[in-house]
Design a protein around this ligand. Structure first.
Ligand SMILES: *Cc1c(COP(=O)(O)O)cnc(C)c1O
Length: 778
């Protein structure tokens, strides 16, 4: 008897009193998930004996778990059989919402790392926050972005287990709360290793009790409950410069303090008060500055709870913690007003002061004194606490996430630190898990690859190189191109359901999907579409193949300029798609609510991957890797991991344009975008659509604001801060070259094929292995 199938039936009967035919999608979801959970139970409960790495991250963008877990457990076939026998479509679980407990790349990276570690038998547990509401859901009204709350738990969370027995208390200045862990198994491919993602939920100390009604205590209890629950209530979008700062610091302290208490408790079961083995037992990786407050908290716990001396505690911290930098954007390198810090966690602040003292002593010892100490100050002369500086000082490893990014850290952002601790700096180029981003989301291409080179690529992506032997085999390239057509058709079918838009798979699919941000330059893409529109209408553009320009991505709710760009793109879509003179040749679409599950549909269908950030601004990118793996050519700048992508796949198989970092550094001070605007007719025609009435921003003034941002700047930035106009013609011409090259389908498909063949380096299996060996000492 097949236990999985019969477990599903039994669970349905037990939990909902229904047969498989009567059950609705949510009852099926729970039964299938719980039946699968049963299979991991014994593996999951086995103690983790070797060194344990802990991934501290404020975000985990896991996406939908059910398919990937069933795949990794090897239960997909049994589910298909069971559903087939009962006439149920396996795709029904696409109605289950994503768990979107992250904003974008950084959170998705954390999820890919967990999959890769478990698959390779590396003990890596994730620690974060169980937000009640994840990243908002996006929809469009009249071309404007609107936000709705993401109530991801509305249909339950069968993949997690509440672990009441392991809750801890977290103390703030005027508040103490419980942190209750919810554990989700992280099931490696083949299910040999099962790690844990532990997300903490904040709850009041006194259980809320309606019996207190009629009592004046009632109001107090309500307030206490609400204040506690607020801590794990919402995921902060990327725009919260000043809003809710206090709550955000509370969140960071909440989950890191809970995680550390948990880890130390486990450690002490074996070693008691002897902390000399701590860094041999645990490595803690800090995903960006969000969890950096864990360093002074760790030292505080050792000193004030365990009686270790400050000096020893700092030493253990340095041996245990490692810091990953994810951005050079100043606004993302977190800083706290010391007053605010003290008002939330005064006991921890005291340890920041002590760490600063240790820093000053170390600097003096190196001969760095007086004003030379300034760029190092963790608490600076304006009473601002710099979390990145704290991280560099009190860890043994600082890494960037692509080669060019790490070099920029060393040369500019953290150059003073690199001078004194050169050995601390290292690079770990990001990666993605091929289990989700190929095996699961592109079964057709997976089958094709396995047919050609065997299935080893599923756990060893470098094997894709073996595809190169087919690069001149016309039949193989045609098969490969045929699969792309199938995926384009599937995406079109899905989009028709999801967004009511049909695409023609004969068109090129040119795709830019990622969070909306000025540095990612969706505006450059949009203006170039306007240029193509004019060029087609006036006959300037020849040798052109019909193209869909596809966008997806959310703008942070308070980021008005990014929202203006969304409206601009939607207005361009209106103009282009309704113009019979061009709409057989171009189509512009902005899909709504781009998330992991949508990405899984889009990546396999793309021909051109837009990676057009200003050189030096995108730390790595991972969307670029997903698209490359699925056989898209990169149209991009020499930025982030693009540099390594073209090194792997060949410059001749990609489309590189625009200024390099060195050039931008040189021209930055003299750059005058208005000159370009005045001298170049195409630039002017495109930019003028922001203000000449052709496109309508509904009276909001958003388009005019974009226009001024390019030509005049604003109080907080110079004109065209991200060099949109500087790169404009280079971008448009390179893009038109790619579009024209597509007409030779065989030659273009060969480029795509060689991108897939060259994607081996970008597996997160490789990245995690490098962390494990080079940073975690495993
Ligand atoms: C991969 C991914 C990202 C990161 O995309 P970039 O292009 O690297 O910025 C963001 N959001 C989702 C949903 C993703 O899957």
């Amino acid at each position: 008897m097949n236990t999985f199938k019969s477990d599903v039936m039994t669970l349905l009967e037990l939990e909902s009193g229904k047969t498989i035919h009567q059950a609705d999608v949510f009852e099926l979801y729970h039964a299938v998930s719980k039946a699968a959970m049963k299979q991991v139970k014994s593996k999951w409960e086995a103690p983790q004996v070797s060194k344990k790495a802990c991934y501290f991250s404020a975000e985990f963008l896991t996406g939908r778990l059910i398919y990937s877990n069933l795949q990794n457990l090897g239960l997909m076939n049994q589910l298909s059989e069971l559903f087939h026998e009962n006439n149920i479509d396996v795709a029904i679980f696409e109605d289950i919402e994503d768990a979107a407990l992250g904003n974008g790349g950084l959170g998705r990276l954390a999820a890919c790392f967990l999959d890769s570690a478990a698959t390779q038998g590396i003990t890596l547990n994730g620690y974060g926050i169980r937000y009640k509401y994840g990243l908002f859901k996006q929809y469009f009204e009249n071309g404007f972005q609107k936000e709705a709350v993401d109530d991801w738990q509305q249909f339950g969370d069968p993949w997690s287990q509440r672990n009441e027995g392991e809750k801890v208390t977290v103390k703030f200045k005027n508040q103490t709360v419980y942190a209750v862990p919810y554990d989700t198994p992280v099931i490696g491919y083949g299910a040999k290793t099962v790690n844990t993602l532990r997300l903490w939920q904040a709850e009041p100390l006194v259980p809320f009790d309606f019996q207190l009604f009629n009592d004046q205590k009632f109001e107090l209890a309500v307030r206490e409950r609400d204040d506690a629950e607020a801590i794990s209530s919402v995921l902060y979008p990327n725009d919260t410069a000043d809003k809710g700062k206090k709550l955000r610091l509370k969140q960071q302290y909440f989950f890191t303090s809970a995680s550390l208490q948990d880890i130390i408790r486990t450690y002490k079961r074996r070693y008691g008060n002897d902390f000399t083995h701590f860094s041999a037992e645990y490595a803690i990786q800090l995903n960006d500055t969000h969890p950096v407050v864990s360093i002074p908290e760790f030292i505080r716990l050792l000193v004030s709870e365990e009686g270790i001396s400050f000096g020893k505690a700092l030493k253990i911290a340095r041996q245990t913690f490692a810091y990953t930098n994810h951005t050079i954007m100043a606004e993302a390198l977190e800083k706290w007003d010391a007053k605010l810090f003290k008002s939330v966690i005064p006991n921890v602040y005291r340890y920041v002061v002590m760490i600063q003292k240790a820093l000053l002593k170390e600097l003096s010892g190196m001969g760095i004194t007086g004003s030379d100490q300034k760029p190092y100050l963790i608490i600076d002369e304006n009473s601002v606490v710099h979390m990145a500086r704290l991280a560099v000082f009190a860890t043994h490893s600082v890494n960037g996430v692509a080669e060019i990014h790490t070099e920029i850290l060393k040369k500019s952002v953290l150059k003073e630190w690199y001078r004194i601790y050169p050995k601390r700096f290292n690079n770990k180029t990001n990666g993605i898990t091929q289990r989700r981003w190929m095996a699961l989301s592109n079964m057709e291409l997976s089958g094709f690859i396995t047919d050609k080179i065997g299935s080893g690529w599923v756990t060893d992506l470098e094997k894709l190189r073996n595809l190169e032997r087919y690069k001149d085999d016309k039949n193989v390239i045609c098969q490969f191109a045929h699969i792309k057509q199938i995926k384009k058709q599937q995406l079109s079918d899905y989009m028709e359901k999801h967004d009511g838009i049909r695409l023609n798979p004969e068109f090129i699919f040119d795709v830019q999907v990622k969070r909306l941000h000025e540095y990612k330059r969706q505006l450059l893409n949009a203006l170039s579409i306007v240029d193509i529109y004019f060029g087609l209408k006036n006959g300037r553009i020849q040798n052109y193949h019909p193209t869909v320009f596809l966008f997806g991505g959310k703008a942070a709710p308070g980021y008005l300029r990014a929202k203006g760009v969304i409206k601009f793109i939607n207005e361009i879509a209106n103009m282009v798609n309704n113009d019979p003179e061009v709409n057989q040749q171009m189509k512009v679409v902005f899909v709504s609510n781009y998330n992991v599950s949508y990405a899984e549909k889009i990546m396999p269908a793309a021909d051109i991957s837009e990676q057009i950030s200003t050189a030096g601004t995108e730390a790595s990118g991972t969307g670029n890797m997903k698209l490359m793996l699925n056989g898209a050519v990169t149209l991009g700048t020499l930025d982030g991991a693009n540099v390594e992508i073209i090194r792997q796949a060949g410059e001749e198989n990609n489309y590189i344009f625009g200024a390099r970092v060195e050039t931008l550094e040189m021209i930055a001070d003299s750059y005058n975008p208005r000159e370009i605007y005045e001298q170049n007719e195409r630039v002017r025609a495109a930019v003028d659509t922001l203000v000449n009435g052709m496109l309508d921003d509904g009276g909001t003034g958003m388009f005019r604001e974009l226009y001024h941002s390019l030509l005049d700047g604003a109080s907080w930035h110079r004109p065209d801060n991200y060099f949109v106009l500087y790169d404009f013609i280079s971008y448009c011409d390179t893009r038109l070259q790619a579009i024209s090259d597509y007409s030779d389908r065989l030659a273009f498909s060969r480029k795509c094929f060689l991108n897939t063949a060259g994607a081996g380096k970008f597996s997160s299996d490789r990245t995690v292995r490098e962390y494990a060996i080079q940073i975690w000492g495993m």
